[in-house]
Design a binder for this molecule. Sequence first.
Ligand code: APR
Ligand code: ZN
Ligand code: ZN
Length: 362
Amino acid sequence: MRAAVMRANDAPLTIEDVKIDSPGPGEVLLETAASGICHSDLTVIEGGLPFPPPCILGHEPSGIVEEVGAGVTDFAPGDHVIGCINRWCGVCRFCTEGRPYLCETAYLGRPEDQGPRLTAADGSPIAQFANLSSFAEKMLCPERSLVKIRDDMPLDRAALIGCGVTTGLGAALHTVNIRAGSSVVIIGLGGVGLSALQGARIVGAGQIIAVDTQEWKFETAKLMGATHCVDASDGDPVAAVHELTGGGADFVFECIGLVPTVEQAVAMTGRGGTSVLVGVVPITQTVAISAADLTLQEKKITGSLMGSNRFRFDMPKYVEFYLDGRLKLDEMISARVKLDDVNDALDKMKKGEVARQVIVYD
Ligand code: APR
Ligand code: ZN
Ligand code: ZN
């Protein structure tokens, strides 16, 4: 099969012929249907999230089951599925208390005696990213990284649910409890931010203020439920939010992962409000926060990991949200591209020229 391989950090991915193994116990072989290109793929390429090359990125996939391994009971050939970077063991304390997205088995790969799932033409192993590696024509995944969805859900839009939509929508629906009428700010209107924004609308938020540096994103944001838009490239966005909300918002979602915008998020949060950190700041960087500001105004800060998901339950529900018109995904896709165009697509994302791009496989 053909795949885009990361051979080194900060270099273009190379399109190569890669061998994929047959499914072992508990594994499922998929024909990849589509893969969203997520900002975290770029973060790995740039070294902000450590993952050693050679590897195949891509972690926002949909696919069709081709073959299942021994003991797989939840899937059969022909099933339409979404893949998720989380997987769960079912027995650890996080799984049993209902927070499987915190399960620490998430990235455990294949047992060593089974050999690698992915191999280069010269026989050397290629690492699989998050048990998925969807920048490839096929995927070999643990069954617990997958969820079956309705056959009538278009697979290119289903792919978006695999990471960005679940991360953003889940942050608004699960990580915090937004009450109807609450004021909400979304900083960063990529796939993740636009999904958090829609989550705020779905739960009945009052003011929904969309913040970005790219003015062209505001049209989409309004279509998805933004009541106000703030251009962060023009003046102080913190002052603008304080003005609009009369002193700060009830909930502020940082959906980029930059130190300055995390600081802005906390500053935009009002008395008794909550800052929700959704974007992943590179692990080498730290953020300065005034502790007294938190105490004296009882502000809260929380991280949100992958939308606090229970994806086997959430993703089919998000599919229903799309099919009943509540979740807008068509408008989120800026372009459908081929695997060969992946480097160009990553460049466009780096420049902030696109909402979501999806690789569609034949
Ligand atoms: N202020 C406001 N908006 C900004 C700023 C800024 N200083 N800098 C960038 N942005 C906007 C960009 O214009 C873009 O619209 O943030 C948005 C980021 O979108 P994408 O790059 O498409 O990122 P996305 O895939 O949505 O992921 C966001 O979430 O999953 C996490 O950490 C991961 O970096 C990822 C983040
Ligand atoms: Zn992602
Ligand atoms: Zn577990």
